[in-house]
Write a protein that binds this ligand. Structure first.
Ligand SMILES: Nc1ccc(Br)nc1
Length: 446
């Protein structure tokens, strides 16, 4: 987008839609490249996932918030060379404003916290589920949108906040049948990098850039990582030391290297102690190579991974104590995570844990002749006022068709409105599973 990398900001194409022509064009009925439709079956699975996101958020005492999908581009322009910046879905709107489809939710949350200022009392425990976007050249055929569940705690500097967030994700995993044998969390702290970089007197302003490079450690060759690190000003000796420290997988070993006086070791020891108390020690492990790919993290960082190593990171998050001041606000301690809706579904499929979610309708109501359609509508309304679901047959259909539809929508019972019964204030009720059929008075229908 706009700024040093140029992007396609200048080639955003005509701002106004093309003139309407009489020529009927056969439009592509597929969704735009990299995006998904959610037909009923897919939507049931998505709703099930989101219901679990919401239930866990409720259990942890979090309040739901939301923000526009479209934000000022400035919210996401950071100079640290993040992938999220290179793939920003940005354009100039018809008012010549630089805008972007949000690639993540955290900057919007930070913006709202600043906007609310002193009118909200800390700590804030907010969650959101929102669609996020990236514009990636389709050469890689990856998606351009996904839904993210975010939980954030604003105003708590202690590591108890990070421990609480990881506990909420463990709670979610358990709810959907994922165990500590399936998934773990790699946990580290950016303060590890900070303390190493300080030993080599690397200026603080390089810190974010170095983190973004390190985050690519498993994605690009090591030589490329070293080259990028030295090009940002880290000495060759510093690079070797950095890579040495990043290979540490034990907190005791890290303490040997960094000493026990630093914040990095202290924070991590406290987090692992809290994990013990929360009861999720078996889910987490220290891994110094975890830095996460967002420039604004300042402390503990974590990511959920599948232990079979087949999938990309399931979720990730960490502490971001300096984000608000980058938008001109007063800094507040903050931490949070993002959890995408795609990788988790791949994991559920891998584990055979995708739930059976079929359409369930309690009643199908059908008039047995066309002049009883109004009577059938009356029956449907009576049941709906009682909170029951009703599929009302809206046209004159043969009974064979009605039974077929009843089976397809998994109806529990069929209510037939026939002339002779209706004259006596009755309807015919058939329990479809047992075949049991009775006449029921309309005012006794329940
Ligand atoms: N940030 C982001 C947005 C959209 C997708 Br798909 N992946 C990552």
């Amino acid at each position: 987008c706009s700024g040093e990398n140029g992007g396609d900001g200048g080639r955003s194409g005509a701002l106004s839609p093309p003139p309407i022509t009489d020529v009927v064009q056969k439009i592509d009925v597929n969704p735009p490249k990299g995006t998904r439709d959610f037909a009923p079956e897919e939507m049931r699975l998505r709703s099930w996932l989101f219901q679990n996101f919401r239930e866990v958020s409720r259990i942890f005492g979090f309040e739901e918030v939301d923000f526009p999908v479209l934000e000022s581009e400035a919210l996401f322009i950071r100079k640290a060379g993040e992938e999220i910046r290179d793939q920003l879905y940005c354009f100039e709107d018809r008012g010549n404003r630089r805008v972007a489809l949000r690639p993540e939710l955290t900057p919007s949350l930070a913006r709202l916290v600043i906007q609310k200022g002193k009118s909200v009392s800390l700590p804030l425990k907010w969650f959101a589920i929102g669609q996020c976007w990236r514009y990636e050249r389709m050469t890689r055929g990856r998606r351009r949108e996904h839904y993210q569940w975010n939980m954030d705690i604003i105003g708590v500097p202690e590591v108890t906040a990070e421990a609480e967030l990881i506990s909420s994700i463990v709670t979610f995993f358990k709810r959907i049948g994922i165990t500590a044998s399936d998934v773990g969390f790699k946990v580290s702290s950016r303060k590890v990098l900070q303390e190493v970089l300080r030993c080599y007197s690397i200026p603080e302003n390089l810190f974010s850039k170095v983190c973004i490079i390190i985050d690519k450690i498993e994605k690009i060759p090591l030589d490329e990582i070293k080259k990028e690190l030295t090009s940002t000003g880290v000495s060759e000796e510093g690079v070797e030391e950095l890579l040495q420290v990043l290979s540490i997988k034990s907190l005791a070993k890290l303490e040997e290297i960094l000493g026990s006086a630093g914040e990095a070791v202290a924070d991590l020891k406290q987090l692992f102690s809290l994990a013990e108390k929360f009861g999720y020690s078996e889910w987490i492990e220290f891994d110094a190579s975890v830095v996460r790919g967002l420039a604004y993290y300042t402390g503990i960082v974590f990511e959920g991974f599948d232990r079979e190593g087949k999938l990309r990171a399931i979720c990730g998050g960490g502490r971001y104590d300096r984000l608000l001041s980058t938008f001109g606000g007063e800094d507040l301690p903050a931490c949070g995570f993002g959890f995408g809706d795609a990788v988790i579904v791949e994991l559920l499929k891998e584990k055979g844990l995708v739930p059976e979610l079929s359409l369930q309708v309690e009643n199908i109501v059908c008039a047995l002749d066309v002049d009883l359609q109004g009577a059938a509508a009356r029956v449907a309304s009576i049941l709906r006022e009682k909170g029951q679901s009703v599929d009302l047959v809206l046209e004159s259909k043969p009974l064979k068709w009605v039974f077929k539809r009843a089976a397809r929508i998994n109806a529990y019972r069929l209510i037939l409105v026939g002339s002779s019964e209706w004259q006596r204030g009755m309807v015919s009720v058939k329990i479809l599973s047992s075949g049991e059929q009775n006449e029921v008075k309309l005012d006794e229908l329940e």
